[in-house]
Design a protein around this ligand. Structure first.
Ligand code: GLC
Length: 431
């Protein structure tokens, strides 16, 4: 419970954290505090995917000591789609239960009205400009970029060698062929649970990320262009989704239509898939001491379509709730997690990509994550989801899109009819 500022007396409300001790001194005198209320509590809504929780918790201990506060961690749903619903419920109730929120790169427009302006909490120039710009809504910095994500291809180096392939697939068609050959071979050797390719195929935000990569690689557009043109029923998208639909039962398990990041990782990390599409966090976990694939896999950029290789840009920011009772302390906590040292530690220990240029070009880091610097190029060529251009309606747009793709890949609908319908529905929203 945050009780320190909850009284109604003149010294009980919204005080700057450095004033906390003073407030409690006065609180005792004015009767608006209680004895057990001597330690403010900050609640941080984050996630537990990868090593995120473990690392941030350890770092927070330092903050707690320095600032005389307690930081409590709250874990939201793993699915970005469900997590947004939860945040919206909490914000619409103007709940002060949570102070700091970890927010997805696609949410600044949707959540801005509930978030504090963090300009001044950090130096914007310390971060990659596009990442800062992504979080500026009506001139307010509503989140500080926490880490950057981009879709990557994970592949089994031992199996590529075993089946005579000299490198990861250059194109999606090559991936299909290679996955099929490896899968056949492994099954003949008795592993009936082995699959060629796993990805995020459940009907949620993660499928929007995968599908956008497939269609943009074919030159099929980006759902909605930055000029506001809807690009859903395009040649490239139809071609890309028909190919993905054919993967099911062929190189991907039919159950992939229920997979989010962690389901895909579980299959790959247990040694039962040749290829996986996932975000960077899966690397450190695959390299953990008890991982069956430790030392047996690598990462590459995603394969090319007819046009190019495209990764969807993902990532998260740190935001402070407008309903927090400790906004200043919350800002300090965000700043504390955003320093070069903090981002570097998260990169080394958790494989989380920094949002600050000064964490790149670091030889020690390159030893742990050999592809760290190369990722900068992937980020530069990554495609953003149309969250800026659709603003508060992004979630509806993405929902229509991933539902349509889900019906296509699970064989319930044909690309042409389904995408024509989705295109029209999204056009009605965007207009
Ligand atoms: C990752 C990305 C995020 C994306 C989500 C989809 O967490 O960082 O941007 O929306 O995956 O599942």
């Amino acid at each position: 419970m945050i009780r320190s500022n909850s009284g109604s007396g003149p010294f009980c409300g919204g005080m700057f954290w450095r004033g906390v001790v003073l407030v409690f001194g006065l609180a005792a005198a004015t009767g608006c505090g209680r004895e057990e209320e001597t330690e403010p509590v900050l609640r941080f809504m984050t996630d537990s995917v990868g090593r995120q929780l473990e690392i941030t918790r350890e770092m927070a201990a330092e903050f707690e000591e320095e600032h005389g506060v307690r930081v409590e961690f709250r874990i939201g749903p793993e699915s970005a789609t469900e997590r947004l619903s939860q945040y919206l419920r909490s914000f619409s109730a103007r709940s002060s239960d949570l102070d700091v929120y970890q927010i997805d790169v696609i949410w600044p427009g949707i959540l801005a009205q509930h978030l504090e302006d963090l300009s001044g909490a950090v130096e914007a120039e310390d971060f990659f400009t596009p990442m800062i710009e992504n979080n500026v809504v009506d001139g307010r910095l509503v989140a500080v970029p926490f880490y950057a994500d981009a879709g990557l291809l994970y592949y089994r180096t031992d199996l590529l060698e075993k089946y005579g392939f000299d490198g990861p697939p250059g194109t999606w068609d090559e991936l299909t062929e290679m996955a099929l050959a490896i899968q056949q071979g492994e099954r003949e050797e008795g592993n009936s649970s082995f699959w060629g390719y796993v990805f995020q195929g459940a009907a949620y935000e993660g499928l929007t990320c995968n599908a956008l990569e497939w269609q943009a690689a074919e030159g099929g557009g980006a759902i909605v262009s930055s000029a506001g043109e809807v690009e859903v029923n395009t040649d490239g998208a139809r071609r890309a989704f028909a190919r993905a639909a054919a993967w099911l039962g062929q190189i991907s398990p039919r159950g992939v239509t229920t997979y989010q990041e962690e389901e895909a990782r579980t299959v790959f990390q247990s040694g039962n898939a040749a290829f996986m599409r996932n975000w960077p966090y899966a690397y450190q976990l695959g390299e953990a001491e008890d991982s069956p694939i430790r030392g047996l896999f690598s990462v590459a950029r995603l394969p090319d379509g007819e046009a190019k290789s495209v990764s969807t840009l993902g990532g998260w920011g740190l935001a402070v709730s407008s309903y927090s009772r400790h906004p200043e302390l919350a800002r300090e906590f965000v700043a504390f997690l955003s320093t070069r040292a903090a981002q570097r530690e998260r990169a080394v220990r958790g494989g989380y990509f920094a949002t600050r240029p000064d964490v790149y070009g670091d030889t020690e880091l390159e030893e742990v994550l050999p592809w760290y610097d190369e990722m900068q190029e992937v980020f530069e060529n990554a495609v953003a989801r149309p969250s800026s251009v659709t603003g508060r309606r992004y979630n509806e747009v993405s929902g229509i899109y991933y539902q349509a793709v889900h019906r296509i890949i699970s064989g319930q609908a044909e690309p042409e009819a389904e995408l024509s319908d989705a295109q029209q529905r999204i056009e009605r929203i965007v207009r």
